[in-house]
Design a binder for this molecule. Structure first.
Ligand SMILES: [Fe+2]
Ligand SMILES: [Fe+2]
Length: 460
């Protein structure tokens, strides 16, 4: 296998092309150069890259548009942001945190320091070279540690419920690559000490090692299960926690692939979503909480399962197992996209050429094949995954089935998938997304009228 690494550099200044070409050794790196955001997309159509170096001044599409899109469609792609200087950031009312929060993996200031750029790249491509920066068992609570940022997953402090004891190490970040362990695996949560530390260091997030994400998922699922029936916990917090853990489950699936225990945890979470929605009297109140709309594909899947749960409640379907299947089907509906090539993933479906669209149309079939080996996945879930892009007018894909053959739960997921996409692509709340849907008369011919009517009732 070739060890040459493929990098795409985007910079509006053509002079940088010469600089870039001089920096990279052709034996180690293959570099392409884009002048605009549109060119970045065009290159991604043709080739697969490991790293994209994106300049803040990129135009047509802007660097942020490109960044958000690439991160949402291909979360594991490394994106480095280049910036002339800090002044340039403040002129745009931005700071480094905004860029990192939008999904960048690193920020590099211009002009490039050749050695430091190459060293950053070599660390990205060969993380084992930084073994000395990995944490060891002997690390003590409270001691400052040098650990690479990339090894961590962050959790917003106000979204974190403390259990009686922690089943993974919990860290606070002091600065780039510097952490302090707040709580050791198996120890009790000392809220007084931690509250003082948060106040003192002005931190908003806790961190845990990404390799322990599975333990985090199991713990949070247990905490969510307990908290659902506790009226003193506001519904906003319950939804935030469910959203957070649902995204972590999908992140883990993207990172390590589908595994039995992950699917089991996903199913447990679906039961909690169902519990929460069944207890809620005013459904619209829960929907009005969806104000921060993220571009992430994990958020998309969570939104689809949550909106589908509301429709199930509105339709007053009795069978618990059917509802759980629909919620889990919503969470996993796009799982087949895991196997699509990046150039197809990063392009909105309506911008794909006909050959690419033919490949994209296979994601429901690929999804069913991926799920086939899991006994926990029922035939109902497989049908939802297979049919979520089919429509009753037989103009959907992959099989163009419709009419009576079209499984109603798959139509529910197909309909809320469209609503979720309208919310995310237009960055609008749910009522506006529904108005956009209904505005086009042909949309109402895609799904059973009782689904659309049930959703309308949820909004009033
Ligand atoms: Fe899909
Ligand atoms: Fe989808």
């Amino acid at each position: 296998m070739s060890s040459i690494k493929r990098i795409l550099v985007s910079d509006p200044n053509p002079e940088y092309k010469k600089i870039i070409t001089r920096i990279f050794d052709a034996n180690t790196y293959t570099v392409d150069f884009a002048l605009t955001g549109q060119e970045v997309q065009a290159f991604c159509h043709k080739k697969e890259y490991q790293i994209i170096i994106l300049d803040l001044a990129t135009q047509d599409h802007s660097a942020f548009t490109v960044l958000k899109y690439l991160k949402s469609m291909h979360p594991s792609l490394k994106i480095f942001f280049t910036i002339p200087d800090k002044k340039n950031l403040s002129e745009r009312s931005l700071n480094e945190k905004d860029i990192m929060n939008a999904g960048a993996n690193n920020i590099i200031y211009k002009p490039y320091n050749v050695q430091s750029l190459l060293s950053i790249l070599s660390k990205e491509f060969h993380p084992s070279l930084n073994a000395s920066t990995s944490p060891s068992e002997s690390e003590k609570v409270g001691k400052e540690l040098k650990i690479k940022d990339d090894l961590f997953t962050k959790i917003k402090i106000d979204e974190f419920f403390s259990g009686s004891s922690c089943i993974f190490d919990l860290f606070a970040r002091l600065k780039k690559d510097h952490y302090v362990k707040m709580l050791e695996k198996g120890n009790y949560f000392d809220s007084k000490r931690i509250t003082e530390f948060i106040k003192d260091k002005k931190i908003d997030y806790f961190y845990f090692l990404t390799k322990e994400r599975n333990a985090y998922i199991v713990l949070m699922n247990k905490i969510i299960e307990k908290s659902i029936s506790m009226p003193q916990i506001p519904i906003e917090n319950k939804i935030k926690n469910i959203k957070n853990i649902s995204e972590k489950i999908l992140e883990e699936i993207h990172a390590v692939g589908l595994k039995n225990d992950l699917v089991e945890e996903g199913k447990k979470l679906c039961q909690q979503i169902h519990e929460l929605v069944s207890k809620e009297k005013e459904l619209y109140k829960t929907l009005s909480l969806f104000k921060e709309i993220s571009y992430s594909c994990y958020y998309h899947s969570f939104l689809v399962s949550f909106l589908a749960t509301l429709i199930c409640k509105q339709l007053e379907w009795g069978a618990n197992s059917t509802i759980i299947n629909i919620i889990l089907g919503g969470m996993l509906h796009d799982i087949g996209k895991l196997k699509l090539k990046m150039n197809i993933l990063v392009t909105p479906p309506w911008k794909l050429d006909s050959a690419q669209f033919e490949i994209y149309k296979n994601h429901p079939i690929i999804g069913v094949k991926l799920l086939e080996k899991f006994p926990i996945i029922s035939n109902e879930i497989s049908q939802i995954v297979l049919q979520h892009h089919e429509t009753i007018n037989r103009k959907g894909f992959p099989n163009g089935i419709g009419g009576a053959k079209l499984y109603l739960p798959a139509q529910i997921i197909g309909f809320v998938d469209t609503i979720a996409n309208l919310m995310i692509n237009n960055q609008v709340e749910v009522k506006k997304a529904f108005a956009l849907f209904i505005e086009k008369k042909e949309n109402t011919e895609l799904y059973d009228g009782k689904i659309i009517a049930a959703f309308y009732k949820c909004l009033t």
